[in-house]
Each structure stands twice: as C-alpha cells, then as structure tokens.
Ligand binder design. Structure first.
Ligand SMILES: [Zn+2]
Length: 338
C-alpha cells in the first residue's frame, strides 16, 4: 500500500523557519468550527535560494470564485525554487467554509472581503479574518488578490487598483488587463487593508465563478509571471506593460426596475454610449415591460447572464470616466459630479 502523504498543520506562517530552495505545503490553523474542529487554510510557499521580496497570491476569499486556484497550481509548476529570488506564498483557498459550501460568503453569511482586517474579539467571520491577516497576509511585501464575477454574472479580465499610486499602478499594468478600474481602496476589502499597511495590492477579477476558464487563467498567469520578472524574482524580460487597457475612473451596476425575463445585449468589454439600449425585461408572455438604457458613456466590465430577473436585479457593470474623453457625445456635464 502506498504511504499516505501527510500535510502538516502550523499555528502560524513563519517564513524564516522554512528551508530555502524548496516548496513547502502545509495548513495554517485560524479558528475552530462548531465541532471544535480547526479551520485551516492551505498554504504553499516556494522559498527561493536568493534574497528577494515576499509575493503573496490569494484566491477564493469568496468561496465560489475558483479560477485563481488553477492559476496558483499552474504557477507552482512554472517556478523553480532553486532559481527563485525571494518567496512566493500562495493561498489557493482562503475562505475554507465558503469553498466547502460552494458559495461566496463565510459560514455566518458574512462577506470576508468587506470586514478586513476583522477583529480579535468579534463574530465568527471577524475572528477568521483577523487571523488570516495577522498570521498570513501581514507577512507579504506585495499582494495579488484573485477574484471572479459573482454567481449568475460574467466578468472580463479586469483589475481594481489605485493607479494614482506608482506601486499599485505598476502592479496593475504588469497584468496586461482589458480594463482597469481605478477605484479607491474600499474600506473592509483585503486590498484596502493591505495598501493602508504599505503592502501594495491589487484585485484581479478573472471571469466567472464556479469554473475554470482556461484562456483567462493563462492570461492571468502570464501577468503574474510578468510581475515576478519585474521584481526580479525570476529571470526573463518583462513583457510590454499595458498601454491599451481601458482605464475607468469608477464603475457602478445598472439595475432593473421591473421583474421578469431579462436579456442583456452588449458583450463584455463593449463600449457603451449614453442613451444606448442595454437590456430588455419581458413579462412571461413575451411582452416588453422595461427597456434599460445606459445613462452615460462607458465600457462593459461585467454583466448579468441569468435571465430570471427580480425587480432590482443587477444588469450591467459599467465602467466610466468622470471626464468623458468624447464630450461632444454628451449633452452637458452636470451628471458627472456625484
Ligand atoms: Zn470576489
């Protein structure tokens, strides 16, 4: 009989104690569940022979957003620990209860990416977030947080980053994305916490939930390798940093007002004009109940793909610029100040 491979559990991520030039796989104990059984997150550390930064790559903070897991596995195959400069720390599944239940939220229905850095004394999710931050994420010099669209929606490959900061702008450009949304770091997000604590971080949104999408996975992997080349963790030439990504100042979702069967017409990354018809809500007899019109120029970052539409459903995620590059198209600028 084959000997079972036992994976060790640790109480903390102590990078100093790990041997150089090797791949290390272990669990880190965060909190305990209602059976008194530990919640442990899987951690993969590639510790290089040479000195260099600690790059953290996190996936599945939303438990059903899985493309990042495949990116981490593929990255692991690419990296030779004997040649690596610095340390690569990868967490393929950071929201373990959410992953087990195949859903976005933590076991107490809280979104972990809205409560960072958690609390040492607080709710179930607060404790878990607190330990994720203190035991793992606080050890990074840079952080890439891998996400996807949520259930029932599709995303382009896009980045959320503060591009006014040189370090996060560089991280964003290295990924060669279709779209960059220059959102400020929203409070409670992992990215927000990291940047506040001088760990430059961006969010990479890769396609859809609950799936492995190989072309987007390969594109994102290339962006991460490019990042590692830029910081001289691996050898090779940095590929052209993106100059043709659509950069948006902000984004919001356009909602339906009526319930029914919805058909959302534009494709991902399409340019949208103010006044353009973007979706039709039908009643169950095929009669038009609502025509949803875009109220400004922009680009499609994400869209709903579930035809069943309650009144007040998210329909289309529109990225836009505060100052439109083509003001001729827009009668008046009064609606750009919000
Ligand atoms: Zn997410």
């Amino acid at each position: 009989m084959k000997k079972a491979i036992t994976i060790k559990a640790k109480e903390d991520l102590n990078l100093e104690e790990l041997t150089e030039g090797k791949v290390h796989r272990f669990h880190v104990h965060l909190t305990d569940n209602s059976l008194g059984v530990p919640w442990r997150v899987p951690v993969i550390v590639v510790k290089g022979k040479k000195a260099g930064p600690v790059l953290g790559i996190n996936a599945a903070l939303h438990g059903d957003e899985l493309n990042g897991i495949s990116i981490i596995f593929k990255l692991l195959e690419e990296i030779n620990p004997k040649k690596l400069a610095g340390t690569l720390v990868m967490i393929p599944i950071s929201n373990v209860p959410g992953y087990l239940a195949n859903r976005r939220y933590f076991s107490d229905n809280v979104d972990l990416n809205r409560i960072m850095p958690g609390k040492a004394e607080g709710k179930t999710s607060d404790l878990y977030a607190h330990h994720l931050i203190n035991k793992i994420f606080s050890k990074f010099n840079f952080l890439l947080d891998l996400h996807t669209a949520s259930h029932g929606r599709v995303n382009s490959l896009y980045i959320r980053a503060d591009i006014d900061s040189e370090e996060t702008r560089t991280l964003a450009y290295l990924q060669n994305p279709q779209i960059i949304v220059r959102k400020f770091d929203e409070e409670g997000t992992l990215r927000g916490w990291a940047n506040e604590h001088h760990i430059p971080a961006i969010t990479i949104e890769i396609g859809n939930s609950g799936a492995f999408q190989h072309s987007l996975i390969d594109e994102s992997l290339e962006g991460i390798l490019n990042t590692m080349r830029h910081y001289q963790m691996i050898e090779g030439e940095v590929k052209d940093m993106v100059t043709d990504a659509v950069i948006c100042d902000n984004s919001y979702w356009i909602y339906s007002k009526r319930g029914g069967i919805v058909d959302v017409m534009p494709n991902l990354a399409d340019t949208i004009k103010k006044g353009q018809l973007i979706a039709i809500v039908y009643d169950v007899f095929g009669q038009v109940k609502e025509k949803i019109i875009s109220d400004r120029n922009g680009v499609v970052i994400g869209k709903n793909i579930n035809p069943s539409c309650d009144a007040g459903s998210r329909i289309l995620h529109l990225g836009f610029n505060l100052v439109d590059p083509d003001p001729e198209e827009i009668p008046g600028h009064h609606d750009f100040h919000e």
